[in-house]
Ligand binder design. Sequence first.
Ligand SMILES: Cc1cc2nc3c(=O)[nH]c(=O)nc-3n(C[C@H](O)[C@H](O)[C@H](O)COP(=O)(O)O)c2cc1C
Length: 392
Amino acid sequence: MKKTVVIGVTSSIATYKSVQLVSDLIKKGYDVEVIMSKNATNFIQPLTFSSLTKHKTYVETFDREVDYDVEHISLAKKADVFMIAPATANVIAKVAHGLADDMLTTTFLASTCPKIIAPAMNTKMYTNPITQDNMKTCKSYGMSFVEPKTGLLACGDEGLGKLADIDTMIDAIDMALQEKKPLEGKRVLISAGPTVEAIDPVRFISNHSSGKMGYAIAKAARNLGAHVTLISGPVNLKQLNGVNTVNVKSAQDMAFHMKAHFPDCDYIVMAAAVADFTPEHVADEKIKKMDNQNTINLKKTEDILAYLGKQKTNQKICGFAMETQNVLENAKRKFEEKNCDLLVVNDLKVEGAGFQGDTNKVTLIKKDGNKELELMSKDELAYKILEELQKV
Ligand SMILES: Cc1cc2nc3c(=O)[nH]c(=O)nc-3n(C[C@H](O)[C@H](O)[C@H](O)COP(=O)(O)O)c2cc1C
């Protein structure tokens, strides 16, 4: 059955962004109900949300023209998660103190599901100790917050108070709805992205890894209740909430941080595309062009997966392999040589598999045989990998 997400919309210049939020949640397969504050209707018409959700958009508590159910109570019961986005300073003050003077705040007070607040306001309003105290009070009652961003605000000021990104808000909703938390109390260490090996102050050697697979695994592990540490090479992805992220550049940096976190971990997923070679010397100054005479001598980098495989005691290790020929034989050899518990192998030549895209097509190599998986999104695959890793 579809999960119901109730979105409370209040009156901010960011109100228009809640339309995209509602639309994206519906595309993700959620049943979405919207309740607006009366002031929010100055910014957007309820019809906009009704057209998207195929439900009535609620504004007034005493509007009884449509049906005679006690709407705030039935909506509160139906809600699996309730998010107020954008949340004004006013609504935060109200919900912190149990005020229930309109449909939105009445339903919010009557709801027992997880409650999330995504504030949007001028920096001075946000940093005002009264707002900060109200937020602390909300947190003490178990409500969670999607923190606003820093940036140029509609009022022309620059500072903290911009509504969080849509993806971050959806992430928070997904996380709140995750019922099973099999990784609760477990520590998961994940590497992601490429490494960058400097040649001189200007040039480097790297690869096409986007980091999407590693980030998807970090997000899934976090949603399943784990304490997640992500060692990330340089990527173009948003920082994940609730994930301890360490940003690194070179294979050497990555090895250092993986080794440092490894002893305390239960599960390790090496999804990063670590450079196998690095320049023997990094030039202090930009290397000058010399026709046909520039040669860069390379040396091998440390094999992090092999090191972790040798050192492991109770940890379960998942490696990744990207092959272009003799895919399964090469992967099987890597699985054994590196002492992995699970190896995810993708064939760069298969459509939908590999580096930059949002999907992947992989085979899982385990002691008891191979398991070929269908083409699926990296988000979905992340859960499958973690499920297998807990079984091996
Ligand atoms: C153009 C405009 C933009 C506003 N933007 C915000 C905002 O981003 N955050 C906020 O807390 N209040 C903002 N306000 C003030 C709120 O609309 C006002 O406090 C209102 O009473 C809140 O009502 P509500 O919480 O019931 O929607 C804005 C007001 C106007 C006129």
